[in-house]
Design a binder for this molecule. Structure first.
Ligand SMILES: [Zn+2]
Ligand SMILES: [Zn+2]
Length: 240
């Protein structure tokens, strides 16, 4: 038996004694995802908005309603799932019930789906959206950082987890309307790293709601010299 086969055998054995839970519904399973979720919870498919990656109704349209009216600070990005049903449940568990292991699952799915696109973008570093110190203390970890590290490993691109920082504790975005969301994040981020001249950076976060958090971070990165700012998230709201 070669090394790889032994590894697979040990993994199977461990899984037998310590079964997984499905990252999308919580059922105890021996596979990576339960067959029901594997069938039902599908990554976002075309047609989608060229800027934010939200699914849109018509393949004639290029942008979602939001992106056709807003000038974003980021260049473009993609999400894995529409934020509803099992995907929304799963992210809630990941964030608030300490299911850090789900981060590995999402990163695997994102890398499968968008690995080639990230290559095409020519990404030079991966940055997680940081949490405020207060939130991080409460939650114990930053879910975006887990995603960024897992993705960096899979895509072979360095992660930079310390240079982009929160400089203010902002109000929870979900309580605010879009205009207030923008104001809320305008000065929320700071850059502690060196020059980003010529770099193409990839921001990673769990959920895309209006994009204002990613815009706030992208603005700071562009000011530091970034040539392009892309993003990848686990989920995104619908475009219509
Ligand atoms: Zn499931
Ligand atoms: Zn859009």
């Amino acid at each position: 038996m070669n090394c790889e086969k032994i590894k697979i055998f040990i993994e199977k054995l461990l899984r037998f004694f310590y079964p997984n839970t499905c990252p999308l519904c919580g059922r105890v399973i021996r596979e990576e995802v339960c067959p029901d979720c594997a069938r039902r919870v599908q990554p976002i498919r075309e047609p989608l908005c060229k800027t934010c990656g939200k699914p849109i109704r018509s393949s004639q349209a290029e942008y979602c309603l939001d992106c056709s009216r807003t000038v974003h600070d980021f260049d473009c990005g993609r999400a894995l799932y529409v934020h509803r049903g099992q995907a929304a449940w799963s992210i809630y568990q990941f964030k608030f019930h300490n299911r850090r292991i789900y981060g590995r699952f999402y990163a695997g799915q994102i890398a499968d789906r968008y690995g080639a696109l990230v290559q095409k973008w020519g990404v030079t570093r991966i940055l997680p959206i940081p949490l405020s110190r207060k939130k991080r203390r409460l939650r114990g970890f930053n879910q975006a950082q887990i995603l960024a590290l897992e993705l960096a490993e899979r895509l072979g691109i360095p992660a930079d987890t310390g240079s982009l920082v929160r400089i203010r504790h902002t109000k929870p975005q979900r309580t605010l309307d879009p205009v207030l969301r923008r104001q809320n994040v305008r000065r929320a981020f700071g850059w502690k790293g060196g020059s980003l001249t010529g770099e193409r950076v990839l921001l990673v976060d769990d959920i895309y709601t209006t994009g204002s958090t990613l815009d706030g971070a992208a603005r700071v990165l562009k000011r530091a010299g970034a040539e392009k700012v892309y993003f990848l998230t686990v989920s995104i709201g619908q475009g219509y």
